[in-house]
Design a protein around this ligand. Structure first.
Ligand code: F6R
Length: 614
């Protein structure tokens, strides 16, 4: 939440910052701003709205300067408006600061600073931090990095910040705690700062991921120095980025979400590459190899995550219980962290996160780690906080996911969980050899089957057109398809603002059935296998009450075809692999309904992709 960028070098900063803000806009898009330093002091331009509104706002203004920073906001403290937009400037006008995170003790600090004569203009917690840094710099006569360090020792909360002082135009200071920050080191001594590597990759592949509690000091001509808030020097660890620029472009699609839905044959394949070996008949997950023994002996696995990642975790529960016969509990990270859960050193906790930055998931990991559990990460963003704090893990290789609604990350997470369950099941001897080999072959065939489902897009768009004006929708599924029903409902509500609920199909008659009438579209995942007959009965129950049934069924199924109002066929697959196929039409239907309703698909209202606040 909130994207931040910074630049110092020989080039003009503004175009680099604006381009970077466009790349980071998925992190928040209710206001944006830049601060530039040139020979005539500090220039701050900011306004409510998107980065494109900022571009209009600055037309005709002085945008010169080779040092600067920019921010795109997702409001926490104070409504989105021009004043609350970042950067925030101290009352003296000397220091400007951008921030991603929350300063929890801001009220107490604000009161103290107000007594000391500081004037506050905004409702934000961030303004408190910039005033505090200025106050310390003046009252203690210290330089900017030291003032930042002392100030950060007084604050409680999460932050990634960049600070500029017009009295030191050749200095840029950045720091992080619980919010991400990456520093790019260019070939010609340029330095780039960003919330993630996407704004940096087109300038340099050499990056340093700042650790929690570290402060980066970038000085023109002298380069990057890192110290921590205890004032100990740290050696910057430079890594090479593996990201490619094309992955950050829409590549001819109207929206990132549509591109990402269509990328799934590739992203599922990439998440299996080098792990599923059909010739040897084995699954190797290098990242968790050292913990195999622990998995084999495990009595229980806990899975934590939020939103779509939590839904992937639910599929993981069905997979691990079915194939590896280990008891699994799936927890919302936000509940787990505040519940004093029973966790000990025998437990394995799998933390699932696309961004690897979700604050609640990070806190859940810290809690479980503190109690001795082994933490395994399933993350998409390489080098992200969760990937770094876990004991081991397996990356999903979905590539950057930019659309705010998660699509290819979900199927990549489920792919990794499937591989994990197969690998553990084989090692534990809980899956027969023939089933194991059949599932390996079937899993290998999934990308091709996803391609086939995607070829049904015209029919899916036709169905979307019929139901685009619905105000409510129900999603039903059983067994492996229950989490997919939840995910389908989440996709619809978050991007098209249509109220939607996912339910285990059999639960319908315990309440939701009261909602069904001729206005209610009911999406039912009714594929062959598992509880097929029971789901067919559920469809009949909906039809008896005049509900409209849109069924996701197995190719050639005439029973469901005769009952339902519409069917979307998917290729036959064993139950554990059905989620990888059945979720695709649900993603597409949500996408097309949202487009037809005129919604901003890639940046739905009130949302942000990386939820770095709790
Ligand atoms: C929904 C969506 C969110 C995320 C959730 C967790 O489409 O994207 O529900 O799944 O915020 O995010 P990560 O996976 O980054 O931890």
């Amino acid at each position: 939440m909130c994207g931040i960028v910074g630049y110092m070098g020989d080039q003009q900063a503004y175009p680099i910052l604006i381009n970077g803000l466009h790349r980071l806009e998925y992190r928040g898009y209710d206001s944006a701003g830049v601060a530039l330093l040139n020979g005539h002091g500090l220039h701050v331009h900011k306004c409510q709205g998107k980065v494109s509104d900022l571009e209009k706002h600055v037309e005709g203004r002085d945008l010169g300067g080779t040092v600067g920073m920019g921010h795109t906001r997702w409001a926490t403290h104070g409504p989105p408006n021009d004043i609350n937009a970042h950067p925030h400037v101290s009352s003296s006008g000397d220091i400007a600061l951008i921030h991603n995170g929350i300063i929890e003790n801001y009220a107490a600090i604000k009161e103290e600073l107000a007594h000391r004569g500081h004037l506050f203009r905004s409702d934000t917690d961030t303004e408190v931090l910039v005033q505090l840094i200025d106050d310390i710099r003046r009252s203690e006569g210290v330089d900017l990095p030291e003032a930042v360090r002392l100030a950060l020792n007084s604050v409680v909360g999460a932050y990634a910040i960049v600070v500029l002082d017009q009295r030191d135009p050749n200095l840029m200071v950045a720091a992080r705690k619980s919010s991400p920050l990456v520093i790019g080191i260019g070939e010609h001594g340029d330095h780039f700062i960003a919330s993630d590597a996407t704004p940096i990759v087109e300038h340099t592949k050499n990056v340093v991921y700042l650790e929690d509690g570290e402060i980066a000091v970038i000085e023109r001509g002298k380069g990057l120095k890192i110290r921590n808030i205890k004032n100990q020097d740290k050696t910057p660890f430079i890594q090479e980025l593996e990201m490619h620029l094309e992955a950050l472009e829409k590549g001819g699609y109207d929206h990132f979400m549509l591109k990402e839905i269509h990328e799934q044959p590739r992203s599922i394949r990439d998440s299996m590459r080098g792990r599923l070996n059909l010739v040897k008949g084995e699954v190797v997950l290098g990242g968790i190899k050292d913990h195999e023994e622990k998995f084999v002996k495990a009595k229980r696995i806990l899975i934590v995550g939020c939103g779509t990642s939590w839904h992937a975790g639910l599929v993981g529960e069905y997979l691990l219980e079915d194939l590896a016969r280990i008891s699994v509990e799936v927890e919302y990270a936000s509940e787990f962290r505040y519940r004093d859960p029973i966790v000990d050193e025998d437990d394995i906790v799998i933390a699932i996160s696309q961004s690897g930055e979700t604050a609640d998931t990070l806190a859940a990991i810290e809690l479980a780690k503190g109690r001795g559990a082994t933490i395994i990460g399933i993350c998409n963003v390489v080098g992200s906080s969760i990937a770094r704090v876990t004991h081991a893990g397996s990356y999903t290789h979905a590539g950057p996911e930019i659309g705010v609604a998660s699509t290819k990350a979900f199927t990549a997470q489920v792919t990794v969980l499937t591989l994990m369950a197969l690998m553990i099941g084989q090692k534990r001897g809980t899956i027969t050899g023939s089933r194991f080999f059949r599932l390996l072959n079937e899993l290998d065939a999934v990308p091709e089957k996803v391609e086939k489902v995607l070829r049904n897009e015209a029919q899916i768009r036709y169905i979307a057109d019929i139901y685009k004006d619905a105000t409510n929708a129900l999603y039903l599924g059983r067994g492996f398809s229950f989490p997919v029903a939840l995910e389908g409902a989440l996709k619809l509500k978050e991007i098209s603002y249509v109220h939607a609920e996912g339910y285990p199909a059999a639960e319908m008659k315990h309440g939701p059935i009261a909602l069904i009438d001729e206005e209610m579209p009911v999406f039912v995942i009714a594929t062959k296998g598992g509880s097929y007959e029971k789901v067919v009965s559920n469809i009949q129950e909906v039809k008896a009450r005049k509900g409209k049934v849109i069924a996701i069924c197995t190719e050639g199924d005439t029973v469901v075809r005769d009952l339902a109002d519409h069917v979307i066929e998917i290729p036959d697959a064993p139950d554990p692999l059905v989620p990888l196929l059945s979720v695709i039409p649900l993603q597409l239907i949500s996408y097309h309904i949202a487009v037809m309703r005129g919604c901003n698909v890639d940046q739905p209202r009130n949302l942000a992709k990386s939820v770095t606040v709790e």
